[in-house]
Design a protein around this ligand. Sequence first.
Ligand code: NAP
Ligand code: ZN
Length: 349
Amino acid sequence: MLVNAYGAHAGDQPLQPLQITRRAPGAHDVQIDIAFCGICHSDLHQVRAEWQGTQFPCVPGHEIVGRVAAVGVHVHGFRPGDLVGIGCIVDSCKHCADCEDGLENYCDGMIGTYNFPTPDAPGWTLGGYSQQIVVHERYVLRIRHPEEQLAAVAPLLCAGITTYSPLRHWNVGPGKKVGVVGIGGLGHMGIKLAHALGAHVVAFTTSDAKREAALQLGADEVVVSRNAEEMAAHAKSFDLILNTVAAPHNLDAFLVLLKRDGTMTLVGAPATAHDSPNVFNLIMKRRTLAGSMIGGIAETQEMLDFCAEHGIVADIELVRADQINDSYERMLKGDVKYRFVIDNATLAG
Ligand code: NAP
Ligand code: ZN
């Protein structure tokens, strides 16, 4: 089946309308009419070939929400009309220790929603900047938010789970002091989620203009990270710092803010390396520098249900498909509050 999509033919070319093929749903597949798709900074890294191995044409998009259009004969969990989401994972080996633990995100055979090998044409997966997608039921998420919030739910499928998973893994809750570095798509969700989990939240931003907004998102305090005095006031005090920054920067400036046994986990994935941190900043207080990648399917469902229960959605700006390239430029300038979401109905044209 041919559907309309938006993608690029090369890393140095803008995204443009194109048509792609979706497979007919197999026995365990769910076919979804995509209503909205968030724009993640990873989409930009991948489609501009900043990371290794981008296959072209590349159709990004892994913050997908919509309605079930059809299901295969063995699908019992979903019915046509259901509100559902697809995040960053569309397949995995299903039998390794990671898959059995519900951590498909760490399966060596994980298939990402775009740019991963698939038997479907053209040989690699194509993402949510498209009218439809067909996915094995195991990777389909149920959305329990009211339908009018659907567009603002889309970013939960990547930005939400990528921040929720480490917050849960490192036991964030009442009595814990948590820093969130970078107030972009991921960071603004990190602030909302850490606040909802009951932590004391400090937002770190390079933009003085985001100070007030960060408090409204749920931060208890805001630090402009360029201000050494403001940074020093938080020395040796954090249990966890969640670092979402999409560019190389000085990690030591944040490591020294961790208390003994504190952890800074990196989720930002810049195309070029950070300078190595000073090992003494780790040794002296037994600090940990860690990483975390999205989250498993079960915990993604847990996060969606937690957000539905607490009335949490992303702060979004809805855009047409023909505004995607412009949205990328604005995202690079930090000119977004806090996630662009594509109205996929504008692909119909
Ligand atoms: P985004 O919306 O562009 O937000 C990134 C934020 O980082 C910016 O808003 C800005 O916040 C800050 N920042 C940007 N450049 C900076 C610089 N040079 N120095 C200091 N701060 C800077 O991006 P996103 O969609 O949240 O994604 C963030 C990163 O996470 C990307 O690299 C993306 O690929 C990665 N990611 C990783 C995973 C994973 O599984 N680990 C999942 C999704 C995305 P301020 O203006 O507040 O400073
Ligand atoms: Zn993403």
